[in-house]
Design a protein around this ligand. Structure first.
Ligand SMILES: [Zn+2]
Length: 468
């Protein structure tokens, strides 16, 4: 399987001024009632129509108008009808019948033309002729130069933005693979080799049409995602994957590159998976958990996670006591930080990652580094700081009691003990130098494994980071 690159992760991150976390809804301690508009719209029985507009101010993209519409409508359907299919597939339709009713409700996702983008940041400056059209509920701006300029990054693929006084929009900053076109033109795809696979690809136009406009089966849902994933061979997910991922943000979901998000309360203890974690995968149990968590928020209802039967979410917040090791990575320069979490105590591969770039360091992480006495601003470009930590997480992901943290800074090892107050703030920090053997033993103790596997963790993870 092709390893996803750091650039890919960055490319999919949403530009949000507030915190985010997995399973996962865009909510923070400071703004717990943050409305995310598409979710609110579909749950409002008075709303039967949601409008969108596609702006292509820099000229036509490689995708035909017809296919743009199909992809966008299909993405919307996946978050509603498709989400209900996922819940039913697990046999939990009775438990969530109230939500399924909402998800299966007929809402027209209708395109309007002549997008009014005069409230968008800098848009008028770039494209003065796009004033005074109709205002859609959500805009799709296909404009690589413009999107890269306002995102401040040339490696961005797409992002979702919702800011005060600006209609929500999805900015598409690259020309992305259109699977319908590839299938229609019978193009060669490096990852599709066998005649059976080639036959399946031919079904894409029909399948997309059916998903966009009709009812479809779990088998067809699985197939379209499988086919889209098979196009992921050049580090760029397909247009359908990108649009569905970004639209997921409009449905209240957040990127899931880490289990500990920017906000401690609305984080989950488990790793993310699926579409909001990796843009080329299908809607997974994580997204189902996220949508239900959002739906139950304020209703004081509890459910067991689809991703993990040991974890319950009550009123939008995890209630399970956690004791999850966390790995924090700081590298290259002060703006790059990833937080990794082991997939399980036995599993040594770290599948989660969050790359925070183009924005200030998260306060919580900054505070942690400060209390650990790590001057990350003076680190050389090749510096790797790895931190293994373990401590008790209380409900809502508040760190509790004493956390043991092992820091590896350019081969210099330090054991740090962080004592947390009841509210999750840091009370005191003690640290002392550590020999390599002792550190390996400490990590082995955390993870209930033998020491020989620990060297492997360090060896395995470093080459991944050096890719940056
Ligand atoms: Zn994203």
């Amino acid at each position: 399987m092709k390893r996803f690159s750091a650039f890919f992760l960055l490319a999919l991150s949403a530009v949000f001024s507030y915190g985010a976390s997995p399973y996962g809804t865009y909510e923070t301690l400071s703004r717990p009632e943050k409305d995310v508009f598409l979710f609110d719209k579909i749950t409002d029985p008075n709303i039967n129509e949601i409008t969108y507009c596609i702006a292509q101010p820099e000229g036509k993209s490689g995708i035909s108008d017809k296919n743009l519409d199909l992809h966008i409508k299909a993405a919307f359907k996946e978050w509603t009808y498709g989400m209900a299919l996922r819940i039913k597939k697990e046999g939990r339709q009775e438990e969530f019948k109230d939500l399924i009713k909402i998800l299966e409700r007929k809402i027209e996702f209708k395109r309007i033309y002549n997008c009014d983008l005069s409230n968008n940041p800098k848009f008028v400056q770039y494209f003065p002729t796009h004033k005074h059209g109709q205002t859609a509920d959500i805009n799709f701006i296909e404009a690589p130069k413009y999107c890269q300029a306002i995102h401040g990054s040339s490696v961005t693929t797409a992002f979702f933005s919702m800011q005060p006084n600006v209609p929500p929009y999805i900015c598409i900053a690259k020309n992305i693979i259109d699977v319908i076109l590839y299938a229609e033109e019978n193009r060669d795809i490096p990852t599709i080799i066998t005649s059976e696979e080639k036959e399946l690809v031919k079904q894409i136009p029909f399948l997309m049409q059916k998903i966009a406009y009709g009812k479809y089966t779990p088998r067809e849902q699985d197939l379209i995602w499988k086919l889209n994933k098979s196009f992921f061979y050049d580090d760029d997910p397909t247009y359908f994957s990108i649009i569905t991922h970004e639209l997921g943000h409009a449905f209240a979901l957040t990127d899931q590159y880490t289990s500990r998000g920017e906000d401690v309360l609305y984080s989950s203890s488990k790793t993310g998976q699926g579409l909001m974690m990796r843009g080329y995968e299908s809607i997974s149990c994580d997204e189902v958990d996220g949508i239900i968590a959002k739906f139950y928020k304020g209703k004081n209802k509890t459910f067991t996670r689809f991703c993990d039967e040991n974890i319950k979410i009550k009123n939008g917040v995890e209630v399970t006591q956690k004791d999850t090791p966390v790995k924090l990575f700081v590298g290259k320069n002060s703006k790059h930080i990833s937080i990794l979490t082991p997939t399980s105590p036995e599993n040594l591969t770290y599948k989660e990652e969050r790359l925070i770039d183009n924005k200030p360091l998260n306060d919580e992480i900054r505070e942690t580094l400060k209390t650990l006495n790590i001057d990350y601003s003076k680190t050389s470009p090749d510096t790797l700081i790895t931190i293994y930590a373990k401590g008790l997480m209380k409900a809502g992901n508040l760190p509790s009691g004493t956390w043991q943290v092992n820091v590896n800074l350019e081969g210099k090892l330090t054991l740090v003990e962080v004592n947390y107050n009841e509210d999750g703030t840091i009370n005191s920090v003690k640290q002392k130098p550590l020999s390599s053997d002792t550190m390996a033993k400490k990590i082995a103790d955390f993870k209930n494994i033998d020491t020989s596997k620990i060297e492997k963790i360090i060896d395995e993870t470093n080459p991944l980071f050096r890719q940056r």
